[in-house]
Design a protein around this ligand. Structure first.
Ligand code: NAP
Ligand code: ZN
Length: 359
């Protein structure tokens, strides 16, 4: 693959990468930094595919650094630790999610909210402290500062569990932080995809009443029968939307594509909150309905490191696991096409350990 890498590091590694906005993936040899004194190096075994990986592969947000090695739902087994690493040993099962760095000093960082640190470093398509691009889990080796490494609970499977590291925390954090983790609260979920189906599972574990708002009538049976949702509303059915008007305390909006917010604001009770976690290119804010109902629209980004650790432990305790389709690397281009067409139930996970061998 004729792609130039900016920085040459000592640890030779293999990946699948996209080299331009066509978003087509091909094998790539690259390098990672040597394990620093506070770093953990691990062999990647599984990595989930988030819709953000797809947005980035196609440069839909305009800041992709190519070649892009995506993947921020990364799990594996520790192979090396730096001399000052305290939390991990060789052989431990670990994970890395959306973040690999932050300033560690600001109010957000000291409050365990690293995902709001202005100097946060994303696991992919970001720049590390030394200026080199960050590369994610579509690769056989990962190196990260131990602060951003998650201890994997013993009874949580690595393959099906991997998507918790982004999809899981992205809904767990707002459910917890906006009081939607209380029994009896009425929670809406827009979009029954990777994050959406986990929203149903976490919200039900918290004892909430859950309404799914979906563009896909065909997902009703699984939403209710398999994931335990209480109601299912097809978003383009005006009668169904009208019947649900004013019923919800909060909505987690996970839709990846452009859509209208007004019908969703109408579903909220007075003072209800529409929480945007999906990242389409453009959404219009319906001002008047917000004023009249004292309602708010807010955005949230994944979660802090401690929250991720709490979340995987909660998931292990309550047996909350994503529904996944495990695939080899040579299926990744097809997987991306299917993800774009909303044809995955409900997360692809790449079997990195068995389909990307070092030579
Ligand atoms: P996904 O698995 O593709 O699910 C998205 C779901 O949204 C689809 O299954 C579909 O559900 C619905 N949808 C798609 N296009 C839509 C449209 N135009 N209008 C209404 N609904 C639509 O994606 P995901 O991995 O869950 O990610 C969802 C979004 O969250 C992406 O934009 C991603 O980049 C973003 N994200 C944000 C964060 C964060 O920290 N805030 C973290 C991770 C991901 P139905 O078939 O049920 O309608
Ligand atoms: Zn993600």
């Amino acid at each position: 693959m004729a792609t130039s890498l900016e920085t040459e590091h000592p640890v030779k590694a293999h990946a699948w990468a996209a080299k331009d906005p066509s978003g087509i993936f091909a094998p790539l040899k690259f390098s990672r930094r040597a394990t620093g004194e506070r770093d953990v190096q691990f062999r990647v075994l599984y990595c989930g595919i988030c819709h953000s990986d797809l947005h980035l592969a196609k440069n839909q947000w305009g800041f992709t650094i190519y070649p892009l090695i995506p993947g921020h739902e990364i799990v594996g087994v520790v192979t090396e630790v730096g001399s000052k690493v305290e939390k991990f040993r060789i052989g431990d099962k670990v994970g890395v999610g959306c973040l690999v760095g932050s300033c560690r000093q600001c109010d957000e960082c000291t409050n365990n909210q690293e995902s709001y640190c202005p100097k946060q470093i994303l696991t992919i398509s970001s720049r590390y402290y030394d200026g080199s691009p960050t590369y994610g889990g579509f690769s056989n080796i990962m190196v990260a500062d131990e602060h951003f490494v998650i201890r994997w609970p013993d009874n949580l499977p690595l393959d099906t569990g991997a998507p918790l590291l982004c999809a899981g925390i992205t809904t767990y954090s707002p459910l917890r932080n906006f009081g939607l983790d209380t029994p009896g609260v009425n929670v809406g979920v827009v979009g029954l995809g990777g994050i959406g189906h986990l929203t149903v599972k976490f919200a039900k574990a918290f004892g909430s009443r859950v309404t799914v708002i979906s563009t896909s009538a065909s997902k009703k049976e699984e939403a209710i029968g398999k994931f335990g949702a209480d109601e299912f509303v097809v978003s383009h059915d005006e009668e169904q939307m009208q019947a649900a008007a004013g019923t919800l305390d909060g909505i987690i909006d996970t839709a990846s594509g452009n859509h209208s917010l007004l019908p969703l604001v109408n579903l909220l009770k007075p003072h209800g909150k529409l929480i945007l976690v999906g990242a389409p290119e453009k959404l219009e804010v319906p001002v008047f309905p917000l004023l009249i109902g004292g309602k708010s629209i807010v955005g949230t980004a994944n979660g802090g490191v401690k929250e991720v650790q709490d979340m995987v432990e909660f998931a292990a305790e309550h047996n909350i696991l994503p529904d996944v389709e495990v695939i080899p690397f040579d299926y990744v281009n097809t997987a991306m096409e299917r993800l774009e067409k909303n044809d995955v139930k409900y997360r692809f996970v790449i079997d990195v350990g068995n389909s990307l061998k070092a030579d």
